[in-house]
Design a protein. Structure first.
Length: 225
């Protein structure tokens, strides 16, 4: 039977079955990340926004393979992804992570302070458009996971600061499947923002790109040398 012949409920159950299998056969979350995830689900309104176990291990693996010395993250949220990337970095590397919502600081701070990788992380509070030009850095890797309405603007913002041979990762680019619907509700600005971003990346001849269908979609962009 083809996957398209399953009901929506059956498809969800199949996906959950595979996800459970995958999570049981990859590296575990460390205790700090597990506690962070647990607290996020208890204390935050949108805990699903955290990168989570699978994507966190993938981000760490990217850092192991690429060995970036400078990472830019736009959208810290709980710092789950930040901590995962920091795990995979060498001691001389640094993540500049930007979060516009300073109300997240009381949640984030205790986990950063407990992390053995805290010296690899610098949090900036404010608008990325104001902060990025002041950092005076060239980045080996950028992770975009902020307001979906601003993805195109953030991509244009960071592109000049990515070194040739560097990478940009963009999260949530499948957006619960909404971007595959024939008619996008244009009043839904977040879905429209992701749809516009995906088209922009598709048509950008300066780069190589692929969308990985993990979690909510992860776009991997390579800036050629």
């Amino acid at each position: 039977m083809k996957l398209t012949e399953f009901s929506a409920w059956e498809t969800i159950m199949i996906c959950q079955h595979f996800e459970s299998y995958i999570l049981n056969h990859i590296d575990e979350e460390n205790a700090l990340l597990s506690a962070l995830s647990r607290d996020a689900h208890v204390k935050l309104l949108r805990p699903r926004m955290i990168s989570g176990h699978l994507q966190g291990r993938i981000l760490k693996m990217f850092c192991r393979m690429i060995r970036p010395r400078r990472i830019l993250e736009i959208g810290t949220y709980t710092a789950y992804a930040t901590l995962c990337m920091a795990e995979g970095l060498t001691d001389d590397a640094l993540i500049h992570s930007i979060e516009i919502n300073d109300e997240m600081e009381p949640f984030i701070r205790p986990f950063l302070e407990q992390s053995p990788d805290k010296d690899k992380i610098k949090i900036h509070w404010g608008d990325a458009c104001d902060i990025v030009p002041t950092l005076n850095e060239v980045f080996d890797m950028v992770f975009i996971d902020a307001d979906k309405r601003d993805y195109c603007a953030h991509y244009d913002l960071v592109f000049p600061y990515v070194r040739p041979g560097g990478m940009i990762l963009a999260d949530n680019t499948l957006w619960d499947g909404k971007i595959t619907e024939e008619v996008i509700n244009h009043s839904d600005r977040r879905t429209q923002g992701i749809a516009d971003f995906n088209e922009k990346i598709k048509n950008d001849r300066r780069i190589e790109k692929v969308i990985l269908p993990i979690r909510d979609g992860l776009t991997v962009i390579y800036k050629p040398i």
